[in-house]
Design a protein around this ligand. Sequence first.
Ligand SMILES: *Cc1c(COP(=O)(O)O)cnc(C)c1O
Length: 388
Amino acid sequence: MNLETKIIHAIGVDEQTGAISVPIYQTSTFVQELPGVNKGFDYSRSNNPTRQGLEELIAVLENGTRGFAFGSGLAAIDAVIKLLNAGDEVVAVDDIYGGTYRIFTQIYSGFGIKINFVDTTDVTNVVDAITPKTKFVWLETPTNPTLKISDISEIAKIAHANNALLIVDNTFASPALQNPLDLGADIVIHSATKYLSGHSDVIAGLVVVKDEELGEKIKLIQNSSGGILGPFDSWLTIRGIQTLPLRVEKQSESALKIASWLQKRDEVDKIYYPGLSTHHNHLLAKKQQRLFGGVVSFTLKEDTFESATKLVSSTELFKLAESLGGTKSLICHCAQMTHASVPSEKRRASGVQDSLVRLSIGLENSDDLITDLEEAFEKINQQKPALA
Ligand SMILES: *Cc1c(COP(=O)(O)O)cnc(C)c1O
């Protein structure tokens, strides 16, 4: 079956009532016939039928065997890190999501876990960084916000040859673009807050594995640490996922159109979009992904906070906000928003220049979005003093 069909039918009709939409089981506990004799559920931290629906759905979407739903993307990340022990090391992509950077360097460093950051677009950097203590290689591809692409299958081979697991945060791609487990990854993580739920109305996280034993370990951590997703948010996420392929297809189409249009603007310097043939790893993206996604980043020739601030505050349809993957298009100035906590030298070294602007393309008509950007550029050009 194709992805769209699998998504629609992965959750069956409710057997008890025939409800075609999965019911929201808003309950903390379940009545037992005799002590320990129940209908498969005893307490909602351990298991809840609505959450289970979502967990089975994401396992199907990512071609895994077990899925797990958490209260946020970071709670999902936290659960995966808890597979490690003091003394273990992680090799990670250098422009990792800021929250993941923070949990490793400010929380788990105190528990004796060490993380080394390398540019994973060059696999030799991964080989060089691995030590006998390395237990995880941690990838995001495409990365945020410069959309760097790393080779999942090559890096999976390197990780496995060194007895390490490959973890892929698949948030930016979503299962509509790529399935890391099929390429050799061991664990897939999602901030379902973004493309999966897709409507900017819920914070949620997911973990998927193929290996049964690894699944049992994550289940133990989920139940023991308790960072679960509630029934209503599970339902919202299921509802969102059903239109994922449709949304991402449209967003990718619009993103390519907008990226190509930006190439013609005098104000724009670099454009980051894996769908452009000028992208550093366009061919790898083409091989590894089904589509190129809905995020486009670019820098301005006038590479300053001021010029970026003017642009991001001059659009009407593009709303100035963090996050991505929703129905409304968003614009963000990374240096002052998503990457504000990264020291400026480190930020610039990872390619996030002072003027870098990130667009999350929504579901509006792409011509309207282009007009909106065009008018914003005109507005800031008019503010410039005329040359003498
Ligand atoms: C947003 C995001 C996260 C964190 O997810 P939350 O749901 O905000 O906790 C992790 N990884 C990536 C790539 C993200 O974009």
